[in-house]
Design a protein around this ligand. Structure first.
Ligand code: MTE
Ligand code: CO
Length: 421
């Protein structure tokens, strides 16, 4: 017996002992049912060879994970060109969203723009208007940052009542990636912002152009002109080759296929788009310039698309929390609709304007639960209940719904989107 075999055998024995301990802890009495062929028989996949190294030059998830995909809700929009789909957050873990399943939001479709044809213009109230090629951008010092991007409309269908049955649909207009790019302030410094320059107007190269005004303080703070996400080129649908990253602020300002930054003395108010993302209040008046995404959280499992498939005993409750105002410092979980709260465990210390993963391991007695999570950020802000949010904002809003979500988990393990009063 070679050393390698001896090692793997020891590892195997250790593995079985661990599995047995796990089964005992879970109260599963598998042994009584007789031998398990998956343990006692040599399986088909051990009698053949697998795929060679070049089978998939760019790898895709294994076919068994085929349901971990973006989904849209057909009745929400008239066509897929100006539409939205949702990240399968119910099926992911950790915090990084793979680009291939990160939600998409386009106003006039995702365009294919070659790096060679890429130009970024900086004009307006600057000493020297400039045009950068993609290669020019690559010659500036780069930074890497993980940030979440949340569409202002995320959870927007839930204002009037519990509606969409799954975390993917209620909270899936969010993704969290590691971006590589050049700070916008570096490029603005190159052009020389004049003292009257108080805003930047940013627009994309697509037909909708998605023009938005951003106050100069934010533009000079942490905004990134990004060309990589999770280490690789941006996908077409996320703005290849270059997009704007506006940490903590609503997704509509994260201009894709970024082509122009104009320094101005005020916001561009005349355009329909700039005034679109307002929050209509009960009395018909609107809140506007609500750019920061307030602290929010959701339990991703168990949830309607991720029911409990085992009996009573150890249960891992997990979810995501985030805040546009900084780092998440604490997440509480309730199993009784908000009457009692237990502090959850953060997978890692919260990072500013990035998703945090939380876990609460419980011993589930098999009875029904009203599962909720509540995020708290470094500013001390506590995620509000639905009732608290409605008191301030009424029922006419679409945008910026950051209320506490409730999943009703039944004895069967199935879960449903509900509201508690
Ligand atoms: N940028 C351009 N050029 N065109 C667009 O349609 N949609 C915006 C923003 N940037 C949009 C855009 C909206 S509303 C959101 S929520 C984010 O992009 C979504 O980014 P994603 O498609 O990478 O998820
Ligand atoms: Co959006």
């Amino acid at each position: 017996m070679s050393d390698g075999q001896a090692t793997s055998r020891r590892a195997f024995l250790k593995g079985t002992a661990a599995a047995a301990a796990g089964a005992a802890a879970a109260g599963a009495a598998k042994a009584a049912e007789g031998p398990d062929p998956l343990i006692t028989e040599v399986q088909e996949w051990a009698q053949i060879t697998g795929d060679g190294v070049d089978a998939t030059p760019y790898g895709l998830p294994i076919e068994y994970e085929g349901d971990v995909i973006r989904r849209n809700v057909e009745w929400l929009t008239a066509d897929t060109i100006s539409s939205i789909n949702f990240t399968p957050i119910h099926a992911l873990d950790g915090t990084i969203t793979p680009q291939g399943c990160a939600f998409e939001r386009h106003h006039s479709g995702a365009i294919a723009l070659r790096k060679e044809d890429y130009r970024l213009m900086i004009n307006g109230l600057v000493d020297q208007p400039l045009v950068f090629t993609y290669e020019d951008l690559e010659r500036f010092p780069r930074e890497n940052h993980v940030y979440f991007c949340e569409c202002a409309a995320n959870t927007g269908m839930e204002w009037a009542g519990a509606q969409l049955n799954g975390a993917q649909f209620t909270h899936g207009m969010i993704h969290n990636m590691e971006y590589t790019g050049v700070p916008l302030r570096t490029l603005l410094a190159e052009a020389g912002v004049q003292t009257e320059g108080k805003w930047v107007f940013v627009e994309g190269a697509d037909a909708s152009s998605n023009g938005r005004s951003i106050p100069i303080d934010k533009a000079l703070d942490d905004v990134l002109v990004a060309f990589k996400a999770n280490g690789e080129a941006l996908r077409k649908e996320h703005g290849y080759p270059v997009r704007l990253v506006v940490p903590g602020w609503e997704g509509n300002m994260w201009v894709k296929w970024l082509r122009r930054v104009e320094v101005m003395d005020g916001p561009v108010e005349s355009r329909e788009e700039t005034s679109k993302y307002t929050d209509t209040l009960e009395d018909g008046t609107s809140r506007k310039w609500t750019w920061v995404m307030d602290a929010k959280s959701v339990i991703t499992s168990p949830s309607p698309q991720s029911p409990i498939t085992h009996g009573p005993g150890p249960l891992v409750i997990t979810g995501l929390a985030w805040s546009g105002n900084g780092a998440i410092t604490r997440v509480d979980v309730s199993t009784d609709g908000g009457m009692n709260w237990t502090q959850a465990r953060l997978g890692a210390p919260g990072q500013k304007m990035a998703l945090s993963r939380f876990y609460l391991e419980i011993d589930w007695d098999g009875s029904e639960m009203l599962l909720q999570s509540r995020a708290i950020d470094e500013s001390g802000y506590v995620q509000p209940t639905k009732a608290q949010l409605r008191e301030v904002r009424g029922l006419n809003s679409i945008y910026h719904n950051n209320c506490i979500q409730t999943w009703w988990v039944r004895e069967t393990g199935e879960a449903e989107n509900v509201e508690v009063s």
